[in-house]
Ligand binder design. Structure first.
Ligand SMILES: Cc1ncc(C[n+]2csc(CCOP(=O)(O)OP(=O)(O)O)c2C)c(N)n1
Ligand SMILES: [Mg+2]
Length: 369
């Protein structure tokens, strides 16, 4: 049962009525003052610079892949408002259980671009985020992270710890069994988990209209008895407000929340994908007008609080990110054990066999040199 003293936004934006929480329009003008989160100018500027950093890092990652210096990469362009709003609401003790398209949130949680690059370079050190606190590895198998998230949520609640769990999934991921299993578990046990569906309109080439017959994705929360809300995912203020309210709700012991962040994947699914095969330029241009960076900058310019030389800042970011990439490129080796350990306390025989086979393969390769 959903608690009666539900925060107002969950009533005012009831997903059954297909309403969407929005604070600013495409130009950054405030259209719903009532939902504007109380943030000082410094925090707003900080949010924009974090979004800009993620955008630049993303562009550079695509470029390294195109230069043949990195393997497949999953671009984040267009989804930065979600990532940074989530990151800014997370406390050190909160858990982040990622999917694979939340780079800005990972950075906010203490991962570095070097960690990200190592992951995309196929290095076992990448993606384990050993130096970040309460950050789980990237989950490529769609939906699996939901089980980990609710398991941690259960443990946190059982131990009466003041910790929240944030987890992410894509629109396509909502068709996986793990999605429903995770939400059902969260509803039954009222675990402190904040689920975000990044509805970026596509699962590779499959549009969300072919993914579900529901009026939206937030409405799926109703069946599991947890509050849900659809939010303009390209509106930093709306996302911030949603995360702030959801985290207060979950922290007060009332259980989980489902947020559908309505957004658009402006780039390709991965660097091996060509979106022009399944969507038109017109659609891309229309969504381009809702870009989260343009909107937040519009807001700051209207208010006269954006005085930084952006070109200079971008150059600064670029050289810092490039240094981290070169560092990752030069950090190629890792112990073979790292590939096979960390999953089981006692390694099963099948894994032991694979490890031996791989060691033999490496020594065969070495001899051929
Ligand atoms: C269990 C599983 N099935 C299939 C895939 C291949 N796959 C990788 S990404 C993807 C689409 C995911 O779409 P969505 O959930 O909308 O997330 P997005 O990529 O748009 O962020 C698929 C089918 C996978 N990684 N895992
Ligand atoms: Mg998607």
């Amino acid at each position: 049962m959903i608690h009666n003293d539900l925060p107002a936004i969950f009533r005012d934006f009831n997903p059954i009525e297909d309403k969407m929480l929005q604070v600013i329009d495409n130009k950054g003008k405030v259209v719903h003052e009532a939902w504007m989160p109380a943030l000082d100018d410094k925090t707003i500027i900080e949010a924009y610079t974090q979004m800009l950093y993620e955008r630049i890092a993303d562009e550079m990652a695509v470029s390294y892949q195109r230069q043949g210096r990195m393997y497949t990469y999953t671009p984040n362009m267009g989804q930065e408002a979600i990532h940074i709003a989530a990151g800014m609401n997370m406390r050190r003790e909160d858990w982040m259980v990622p999917s694979f398209r939340e780079m800005g949130t990972l950075l906010a949680k203490g991962a570095t671009m070097k960690d990200m690059f190592l992951f995309y370079l196929g290095n076992e050190y990448g993606g384990s985020f050993k130096d970040a606190h309460h950050l789980l590895p990237i989950a490529i198998s769609i939906g699996t992270q939901f089980h980990h998230a609710v398991g941690i949520g259960y443990s946190v609640k059982y131990q009466k710890k003041d910790e929240l769990v944030y987890t992410f999934i894509g629109d396509g991921g909502t068709s996986e069994g793990d999605f429903s299993e995770g939400l059902n578990f969260a509803g039954v046990w009222q675990v402190p988990v904040i689920f975000t569906i990044q509805n970026n309109q596509y699962a590779i080439s499959v549009p969300v209209s072919s993914q579900t017959n529901s009026i939206n994705l937030a409405v799926k929360s109703v069946a599991f008895g947890i509050p849900g809300i659809k939010v303009d995912g390209n509106d930093f203020f709306a996302m911030y407000h949603a995360y702030q309210t959801a985290s207060e709700y979950a922290r007060s012991g009332k259980g989980a929340v489902l947020i559908e962040a309505f957004t658009y994947r402006r780039g390709a699914h991965t660097t091996s994908d060509d979106p022009s095969k399944y969507r038109g330029k017109d659609e891309e241009e229309l969504w381009g007008l809702t870009d989260p960076l343009i909107r937040l900058k519009g807001y700051m310019q209207d208010k006269g609080i954006w005085t930084i030389d952006e070109r200079e800042l971008i150059e600064e970011y670029k050289s810092e990110i490039d240094a981290q990439f070169v560092d990752a490129e030069n950090n190629k080796s890792y112990p073979i054990d790292d590939i096979f350990e960390h999953m089981y306390t006692d390694m099963p025989d099948e894994l032991k066999r694979q490890k031996m086979e791989y060691a033999q393969f490496l020594s065969w390769k070495e001899k051929r040199r």
